[in-house]
Design a protein around this ligand. Structure first.
Ligand SMILES: [Zn+2]
Length: 354
């Protein structure tokens, strides 16, 4: 055996005992996979305390961008990333960043950081509330109930329903929200009527609604902001016009058409990538998406996209403060995917001794 070979053997042995070979294996595994990150809002004030799965703080988003840079991740535009995934041509630690909905905070909080770190980002924009510059009804009602969490609510004067509750518990707030939704649906409230309802709800809960309106809390991006974002390099893609996926082909296709028409008007580009609103998908949608010329579609199911993933059912990692920096990093490197397997192996071992 030559000295070099001896040296290599010894080096490999020590690397193996340090667990590095596992990491090398994981990186090879990782190279054939794409990590698509999913975000929603970046808080203007306290929204991340209201809903930590949908909103993150500006500081957390900055930390994530720094980690992406430090971990030497290749952040690719979504379209290129999907193409290279299926061509088996991904660089090491490939990542795509996506934001859902297009809340107004994207322009004020996320976009400056995206520019500072010079990363490509895809924004799945739902367009109805961009043209209708009032708060997104469901989101605003939920936020108002949380803002009024030290209060009691009587729905009698608002909806006629016999329902009184303290709002300090999540279950109570969810019950109230479900009744409000049922009322709005049942009464077929128009967008204007919903807006009046939200203002009345705020008044009952002593929440300063005018202040929220002036801060554009729970508003979508204005058409003008979308134009500026597209000019600044943000890739604007499909998320339906009214944030819904009817199970009727014509209604479903109309949602895509209306959404696409608005995005085309604002960006001068034809959007071909789609994200299921609220992550809700059904296999009957797939042929309709193909018919609408959609190239890729993303869900909210956790995982890496690989060549065996269906292009119209690509998983993503919903990133938020519940993921520690180490956990987030393990997703970037691919080690996260190995963790459940290790647990399975431990179970197998335990089984073997019994
Ligand atoms: Zn959405």
């Amino acid at each position: 055996m030559t000295m070099l070979k001896k040296f290599k053997q010894a080096a490999l042995k020590s690397l193996k005992s340090a667990g590095v070979s596992t990491l090398v294996h994981n990186s090879r595994w990782r190279r054939q996979r794409l990590l698509i990150l999913a975000y929603h809002g970046v808080a203007l004030s306290d929204e991340h305390l209201f809903n930590g799965s949908q909103f993150i703080s500006t500081d957390l988003f900055r930390d994530r961008l720094e980690l992406l840079r430090r971990s030497k991740c290749a952040v690719l535009p979504l379209g290129e990333a999907v193409e290279r995934l299926y061509a088996n041509d991904l660089p090491d630690r490939a990542v795509a960043i996506t934001f859902d909905d297009g809340l107004s905070d994207f322009y004020r909080r996320a976009f400056p950081l995206i520019q500072e770190f010079e990363v490509p980002v895809t924004l799945y924009l739902t367009t109805f509330y961009s043209y209708y510059q009032r708060p997104v009804f469901d989101l605003m009602c939920s936020y108002l109930l949380w803002k009024g969490r030290n209060k009691a609510l009587n729905l009698k004067d608002l909806t006629g329903q016999d329902f009184r509750t303290d709002l300090d518990g999540l279950d109570e707030r969810e019950a109230a929200l479900a009744l409000i939704h049922a009322y709005a649906r049942g009464q077929k409230l128009s967008a204007d009527e919903k807006d009046v309802f939200a203002a009345s709800l705020a008044a009952r809960l002593d929440v300063d609604y005018e202040l929220l309106l002036s801060q554009r809390t729970m508003h979508n991006l204005t058409p003008d902001e979308v134009v500026k974002l597209a000019a600044g390099g943000v890739d604007v893609q499909l998320h339906t016009h009214r944030h819904r996926t009817p199970k009727d082909r014509e209604l479903f296709l109309r949602e895509i058409q209306d959404n696409r028409k608005s995005i085309q008007e604002l960006t001068d580009r034809n959007p071909t990538h789609f994200c299921y609103p609220s992550g809700v998908y059904d296999l009957t949608f797939l042929p309709w998406l193909r018919e609408a010329g959609v190239i890729s579609a993303t869900t909210c199911e956790s995982g890496f996209a690989s060549r065996s993933s269906n292009k119209l059912l690509l998983p993503r990692l919903l990133d938020n403060a519940t993921l520690s920096p180490i956990e987030f990093e393990s997703w970037l490197t691919g080690v996260a995917a190995a963790l459940p397997q290790r647990r399975v192996a431990e179970h197998a071992f335990a089984g073997g001794t019994s």
